[in-house]
Every structure is written in structure tokens, then in C-alpha cells.
Write a protein that binds this ligand. Structure first.
Ligand code: ZN
Length: 178
């Protein structure tokens, strides 16, 4: 296992549509190593989600893990470690809510992004089972943020008000509620 380098905004791979991951490769030694490296990299960088293109692997794989409340995102729902392969999103309700998003590929910057807050996620898991789940609220935002990476999109693409972007320190000082 090893920590991989997270590539940053400006790297062309972050702007390319990732390829579907071949399902016959799920469970191979190569796949297991990739997932372990993504997991270790997520911990090393201190994030809650990571998409394979962020470590310069242009396939449709993302991991999400929200280990506890009280992270840098405040009081948020716990989400056990999960692997999401070749996912799709369906919006179930168009009502939106906004969060100050951050991204390991855009370090030090936050931006306020509004997204639908009730979605269905369909994906293949690491046992090659097709799965479906519904996500609401902050979790819906996390899924959309991570899966955007698989389409070559970044959260800044969704910042509708450019005055609602800030460096981490200024975000904490001027924009963090409570
Ligand atoms: Zn990101």
C-alpha cells in the first residue's frame, strides 16, 4: 500500500471524462491495490472522498468515508467506507441547498455550491454487485461532488456567485456560521 499524489486543478486529467471501470477487473490484485492506495491517500490528505482521477487514474471509481461527526465540515452524518464503481445519479427532488465545498485537488480554497438534496445513486460495489441507494442533504452533496470528478468537473464549476469563494483561513474567519 502506498499514498499516491493527489493531482491539482490545472492537471488535464481532472478535466477529462473518466472511462468506465471494466467489471471483470473488480477483485483483481491490481484493483485491490488501487482501492487500498486510494483509502490510504484519503486518510493521509484528510478528506472524506476521493475519485480515482484525482490520483491520475482515469477510471470511474470513487471512495467515500465519513468516519465521524465533528470533522472540518461540522456536524455531518457518518458514512462507512464505500467503493462506488461506474456510478450514476438521478435527481429525485430538485430542491437545492448549499454548502461550502472543498476539494483535495483545490487545496486551501472553499466555495459555496448549491446542489439538489435528494438523489438516487446507482453503482457497482467492490463485490461486483449493482447497488442503489438514496442520499439526502450533505451526503447528497458529497456524492455529487465525488462523481463530478468522474465527468471531468470540479466544484468551482458550480459556484454561481464568485464572491462566495474564499481561502480556508478567510472562510473560517468570515463565513463559517456559529
Ligand atoms: Zn473533489
Amino acid at each position: 500500500m502506498s499514498v499516491r499524489e493527489v493531482i491539482r486543478m490545472g492537471h488535464p486529467v481532472l478535466r477529462q471524462k473518466a472511462k468506465p471501470y471494466p467489471e471483470e477487473k473488480i477483485g483483481t490484485a491490481e484493483f485491490v491495490e488501487l482501492i487500498e492506495d486510494m483509502h490510504e491517500t484519503l486518510h493521509e490528505y484528510g478528506g472524506i472522498g476521493l475519485a480515482a482521477p484525482q490520483i491520475n487514474v482515469p477510471y470511474q471509481i470513487a471512495i467515500i468515508e465519513i468516519p465521524d461527526s465533528g470533522t472540518r465540515y461540522g456536524d455531518i452524518p457518518l458514512m462507512p467506507f464505500g467503493v462506488y464503481i461506474n456510478p450514476t445519479i438521478t435527481t429525485l427532488h430538485t430542491q437545492q441547498a448549499g454548502y461550502w465545498e472543498g476539494c483535495l485537488s483545490i487545496p486551501g480554497i472553499r466555495g459555496y455550491v448549491e446542489r439538489p438534496q435528494h438523489i438516487r445513486v446507482e453503482y457497482t460495489d467492490d463485490n461486483v454487485q449493482r447497488q442503489s441507494l438514496e442520499a439526502r442533504g450533505f451526503l447528497a452533496t458529497v456524492f455529487q461532488h465525488e462523481f463530478d470528478h468522474l465527468q471531468g468537473k470540479l466544484f468551482i464549476d458550480h459556484v454561481s456567485d464568485p464572491t462566495m469563494m474564499a481561502y480556508e483561513e478567510e472562510y473560517m474567519t468570515y463565513h463559517l456560521e456559529n
